[in-house]
Design a protein around this ligand. Sequence first.
Ligand code: NDP
Length: 331
Amino acid sequence: MKTILLKNRPKGRPSVSDFEFVENDSPLEIKDGELLLETTYVSVDPYLRGRMSDAKSYVAPFELDKPVHSGIVAKVIASKHTEHKEGDYLAGMLDWSTQQISNGEGLTKVDGEKAPLSTYLGILGMTGLTAYLGLTEIGKPKKGETLVVSGAAGAVGSVVGQIGKILGLRVIGIAGSDEKVDMLKSKFGFDEGINYNTTEDMTAAIAKAAPNGVDVYFDNVGGPISDAVLFNINHFARMIICGAISVYNNTELPKSVSVQPFLVKNSALMQGFIVSNYSEKFPEAMKHLSTWLAEGKLTYSETVVEGFENIPQAFIDLFDGKNKGKMVVKI
Ligand code: NDP
């Protein structure tokens, strides 16, 4: 059995040396009420960067020299549990280990016949729920409005944009390469895309793509990209602050524009969002996501990295935009 521990709290950009691989050859023995799980797919997510630091946040930091954990799909390979049997697949927060013992708490049975197992970490998992609930609960979009999405080619962003189209919005996506911008339009049905790496004047580019202004902004990245969107908001605009990957590795407080005048003069709303605060709405959200997926109204993209030993690098690669859609590691 192999496990990945957090060895150092990363300073700035994480590196593979912040993690330690340990191996344990003694067999894992389960007791009554327990399951032996073998990891199948591991989700790597930008929010894990926050948990690697010891700054106060909405979830406790990872402990040093303890396993990192994230969303995982695992196969039951032995069971003394009343509910889950050998051969079942379960999804939930688990350790970065090839095998582990669990009492089943917090794990949900998933069905690989209904949808590919990896989708329970993406469009039918946490990132899909984030997209649906952030957009509908805070964005409250109305047909005909203009939605801008940053981090648009990623796991959350690509689903936000598609839901925007289902709800009758004009959708503009911001992403880091021409290939991603093409994908936004050809695969996900966005109306416009902007490559922030090759666009000199983002404020002007957003104004051009959104001639009627921005009504809803789904923010995954923060920083200067989001400032440029702010300069284009309409009266009563809603800004969903879902994430800020552009500043997660900052070692100093970022210099940002003063948002207050823009909020005041536009009577606009800017609200932080944590998906777990909406857990009572998960069943309803999941119903919409799975129905739209089955009907072909939603689609998804995944970057699948192979091999347990590549989990830390796959996580780090999120900060270089190496993923299209959901980044998962197949074990
Ligand atoms: P993604 O799949 O979007 O992966 C991260 C992407 O961020 C990369 O592919 C890259 O795309 C982009 N990126 C990296 N660095 C920068 C940068 N400096 N500036 C702009 N873009 C950058 O991740 P997720 O969909 O899983 O998460 C998206 C955001 O949502 C994150 O901020 C995450 O923390 C947040 N989140 C929040 C949740 C909540 O409950 N609030 C729940 C889940 C996610 P590109 O090539 O376009 O640069």
